[in-house]
Design a protein around this ligand. Sequence first.
Ligand SMILES: [Zn+2]
Length: 407
Amino acid sequence: MKKKKISLFLFIDAFGWEVRQRNPEFLKDLIAESKPLETILGYSSACDPSIISGLTPAQHKLWSSYYYDPDKSPFKWTKPLSILPDFIFLRGRVRGHLSKWVKKKCGFTGYFQLYAVPFKELPLFNYAEQKRIWEADGLPEGETIFDRMMAENIPYYVHDSDIGDEERLANLLAHIEQQTIDFAYCSFGKLDALMHAKGNAHPDIGKLMQWYDRKFRELIAAAEENYEEVSWYVFTDHGMHNVTGSYDLTADIQSLELKWNVDYAAFYDSTMARFWFKTEAARRKIFQCLENHSKGRILSGAELKKAGVFFEDGQYGELIFLMNSGIQIAPSFMGEKPCAGMHGYDPADPDSFASLSSNKPIPESVTKIQQIHSIMLNELNLEGDASSSPRTPPASAATTKRRPPTE
Ligand SMILES: [Zn+2]
């Protein structure tokens, strides 16, 4: 007996439009339509919540992973660790184990990585994605497709972030064969990892896409055997740039001889630096250092608003500096050395664009990654109203002295 319908949302991390075009054979004969989608400035920590909610980061309140919040930092207890030498923590495996341990001690359920945030600075920062976004009530504000499915009692599968792509595929296949679900959202991470390590045009990418092609065909065939109607969407949140150079932006800021956490605080992502100011002199000095900088540019308030990442309270930074495309900040709080590939540059670059492919026609109105949410609602025959407007923030929302980025 076939079940009525299944919708499969298969997410290949960093399968951007340019990468998609370089791999035209991927699911070729099965795809009805394929198109580029505009991404969101930032990283997966911003894009994923937007895809599952239809909201911008300014609406759901998740943008970068870390933000300055010395009063409410969940990492205060890590202070004694700062006396240990940095080189221990900068080893990849040690850092992986430490991330797991810190995550557990902090009681986080969401995606968590310590990256290379120095233990010395960690107690000044808070972490945005403390909760697992793939479950009901996963966002600080707004509802996700999972909230809706829980409310409507729709059985679904969502990937477990702690297991690899192979296991995710096996689990999803089992659910399809047992007809236990009507909907699946499954994220795959191998391509993103491969391109960070080897760049966006390495020959191994073609081989990996052939592997995904085979695996997805298995899933689709099983779905067609077990369901009368099958819709599937293969998509992503961003593309991948090749890194053409690195730059030590921290050295420029240190040369200003401002005092850390007395005059200012900063978080150095791979492609962005974000600053919070404690004195007006520091604001002026850092602004002067970064305006007309040859390696990047200060993003105006208007630009941030347009990108859906403007935070009135300066939560994620009072000044946002975006590196020129291809230039990675190194060392940064995300890593000591530059990668071969990186994302999180200007969303207008061809290499930044995401992609969406399906066995169904894609509505013309869908041009941005967060609009994938409307396709999910459609597939489930749910109305958009309840989830497209963010919940009103509580009246008691904390007031802060932070200033938003300048217009
Ligand atoms: Zn990545």
